[in-house]
Design a protein around this ligand. Structure first.
Ligand SMILES: Nc1ncnc2c1ncn2[C@@H]1O[C@H](COP(=O)(O)OP(=O)(O)OP(=O)(O)O)[C@@H](O)[C@H]1O
Ligand SMILES: [Mg+2]
Length: 698
């Protein structure tokens, strides 16, 4: 942590590779350091001598009079190693390598150079940020060690860690335009040494930071990253925006889970599970950050809000949208309605949304807003005003927000006076009614994250003995029956079934199972049996069974076995699967969603990283779009969510205990009210790849 203190709060800075040419980025670096009035010592290194801006230059790092806290390195990549060697002789605390041309261009030489530089730095415990980054910024210590072309105009409590430097520039522009202040900014580039998680920990303990924003491309050591998010998100909000919607993870996969759980979706779900607020667009990213920065001390207690306006149209849009995204705009209580009637004209709407109309005398706006925000059923408000620029309107919301400690966001336009008062008093104004609603949702969501209590449930199973000695090649696919035997060992309910190797035995076995039965071709070479005509459902009698078997023999002339199963009455078909994530090193990722033969079309799945808590499992069930189906529809009974959550946890335990399972699917798991049964399953084995320390990577 001390080393990051030197990074964010250095007392002495050396700059290597600064130019006198004002058009060069390396000149912007020293100009930025100089312009914000950094208080400590600044040592530019320049072999040609003289002064740059107001600073005396030194010929080399070894010529400096003292060890420095921070070295900003802006030389060509080929010279960086020598600079780091000198910095380490100087006993420098940290170095930020802004230069590009390393591992990011995906060439072996660049990666080898990073490794070599890291080795040098480790010898003196110097820490390194970058390479390939935009630098380091701390408004509270007048530090601007970045290539920022435009300076942040305001000092604030939002701190941002961005892998992409350019995204930092976009953020600063937006903050300047919307009058929001930046606290600290770290552009961590290739994360050769300092990774996201370490900076997040630092910012978690930092008094001046109230909200943390992360622009993430890749992460290193996924489990560690998640555990830091989990801890820090209970203290302050972390908003994540993930770049790079790569489809690398979507290689041709044997299982449905394998083909649906791409890297991007896995990362998003894992961040959410750990407690981050996940932004899906740049707008959401900024809006969540800004709303939280201004309202972190007055988060809404629940999802019920008032929409208060003098402009009908936008307020209907806001309230429709609120409902769509899961916020509640409740009817006001009779007492509250009675109270506000005194202040508004007879044609105004006293329900929620409250449309006070421009007919309300300005002096009545204050008392009216106060009454609504005082209502214990209302946790905050969205204020909407198009074109009635009276000071009283603004003051009403400013006063109510601070008096009742409830958040208020606004969509106010064409109102310079109101906008100015809102800005000066920390009421965030958003450029559209939907964006105000969405930002409010962000506040509610963070409140839930903070209060979320994890309930754990474990079954204490052991690794499966059935898998011993099963691997023959790189991957091997287990047939439906063996896959289900393994599920059964872990307490997952499966349908009654029996393997039959000869037509002669069929009739007896089917009678044992009991008609109607299902007859399937059984082979680990035949995936997606339905497409190939390998599944006969609802076989009601012996003659049908024998004819069916003969037909299957014709379709699959190779030596096959049959599987006879009980016919489970039609119900809701669910897919429940697992996939080992090797991209981020998360390990098993569990997928739950609407299943059956249309799984890939519906793509209605939720994902979580193992281990799952009981609460995670319940959330997975409740967040799919098809959830209302599970609650009972058209006279069907609702499913037993607790039992279903338990099956999810058992699958997670199975996947965690057997690290040779690359992918597995139960598709479908048929739900009939409280009845749960797996009728098809598939397990794919292979060698698990583990992520290693970057220094040790081969
Ligand atoms: N025992 C059963 N009882 C009732 N319905 C069943 C049973 N087995 C299969 N089904 C129905 O038949 C469909 C296809 O069966 P199954 O999932 O075994 O074949 P599949 O085509 O190989 O599936 P996948 O595409 O997942 O590989 C299921 O989605 C389900 O609707
Ligand atoms: Mg299936």
């Amino acid at each position: 942590m001390d080393s990051l203190k030197k990074l964010f709060e250095p007392k002495t800075i050396a700059l290597v590779g600064v130019s006198k040419d004002p058009n060069k980025m390396s000149h912007w670096l020293i100009r930025n350091v100089a312009e914000v009035g950094f208080q400590g010592s600044v040592y530019p290194i320049s072999p040609s001598g003289g002064e740059i801006l107001k600073y005396k230059t030194y010929p080399s790092l070894s010529a400096l009079p003292e060890p420095v806290d921070l070295v900003l390195v802006s030389v060509a990549s080929k010279s960086v190693k020598d600079v780091i060697e000198e910095a380490s002789k100087n006993k420098a605390g940290t170095a930020v390598i802004l230069s590009s041309g390393f591992g990011e261009i995906n060439d072996e030489a660049g990666k080898a150079l990073e490794k070599e530089i890291l080795r040098i730095a480790r010898e003196t415990s110097m820490r390194i940020m970058g390479p390939n980054c935009l630098g380091i910024y701390n408004a509270h210590k007048n530090l601007n060690g970045t290539y920022f072309a435009i300076k942040p105009a305001f000092k604030g409590n939002i701190s941002v860690v961005s892998q992409s430097g350019a995204y930092g520039g976009v953020l600063v522009n937006e903050m300047n335009a919307r009058g929001i202040g930046l606290g600290k900014f770290a552009s961590i580039g290739n994360q050769m040494d300092i990774r996201h998680q370490e900076v997040i920990e630092y910012l978690g303990d930092d008094e001046e930071t109230k909200v943390i924003g992360l622009f993430v491309e890749g992460i290193k050591d996924g489990p560690q990253f998640l555990s830091v998010i989990k801890r820090v998100s209970k203290i302050k909000p972390i908003v994540i925006f993930k770049g790079g919607r790569t489809t690398v993870g979507l290689r041709a996969a044997a299982s449905h889970t394998g083909s649906m759980a791409g890297d991007f979706a896995i990362a998003q779900s894992a961040f959410k599970q750990a407690g981050a607020l996940v932004a899906h667009t740049t707008e959401d990213f900024f809006d969540y950050l800004f709303a939280l920065a201004l309202n972190h001390h007055r988060l809404p207690k629940d999802d019920k809000l008032a929409i208060m306006t003098i402009s009908g149209g936008p307020c209907v849009t806001a309230s429709d949208y609120c409902e769509e995204i899961g916020l509640v705009v409740p009817q006001l209580s009779d007492t509250t309605r009675e109270k506000i009637r005194k202040y508004i004209p007879f044609f105004a709407a006293d329900s929620n949304p409250v449309d006070m109309t421009v007919g309300t005398p300005p002096e009545n706006l204050g008392p009216c807003v106060d009454v609504v925000l005082a209502d214990p059923d209302i946790s905050g408000a969205i204020s909407i005003n198009w074109g009635w620029d009276v000071r009283e309107f603004a003051q009403a919301f400013v006063d109510a927000a601070s008096k009742h400690g409830k958040p208020i966001l606004a969509f106010v336009s064409e109102n310079p006076t109101v906008q100015k008062i809102f800005h000066e008093n920390g009421i965030l104004n958003l450029p559209a009614p939907e964006r105000a609603s969405r930002a409010y949702w962000g506040l509610v969501e963070y409140k839930k994250i903070r209060e979320r209590k994890e309930i754990e449930k474990k079954f204490n199973s052991m690794p499966s003995k059935r898998l011993d000695g099963l691997i023959t090649g790189d991957t091997s696919i287990l047939d439906e029956h063996l896959s289900k035997e393994i599920l059964k060992d872990y307490g997952i309910p499966v349908c009654k079934e029996v393997v039959v190797n000869s037509i002669a035995e069929l009739a007896t076995k089917a009678r044992e199972i009991g008609y109607p039965v299902v007859l399937k071709v059984l082979s680990n070479n035949i995936l997606h049996k339905t497409e190939k005509g390998g599944v006969l459902l609802n076989v009601r009698e012996e003659s049908e069974l024998i004819n069916g078997a003969a037909e299957l023999k014709r379709r699959f002339p190779d030596n096959i076995s049959f599987l006879i199963q009980e016919y489970v009455s039609p119900g809701i078909e669910i897919i429940l699967g697992a996939k080992r994530d090797n991209t981020f090193g998360f390990g098993p990722v569990i997928a739950f969603g609407l299943g059956g033969v249309f799984t890939e079309v519906l793509k209605d799945v939720s994902l979580r990283v193992s281990p799952l808590s009981w609460s995670d499992a319940l959330e997975m069930i409740r967040e799919i779009k098809g959830y209302p189906l599970l609650r009972g529809y058209r006279g069907k009974p609702s499913v037993d969510e607790d039992m279903l959550a338990e099956v999810i946890l058992r699958v997670s335990e199975l996947a965690m205990l057997n690290d040779r399972i690359l992918e597995m699917d139960i598709n479908p798991l048929i739900l009939n009210g409280p009845d749960i049964k797996a009728v098809d399953a598939l397990i794919v084995l292979g060698e698990a790849v583990r992520t290693k320390d970057p220094l040790k990577k081969g």
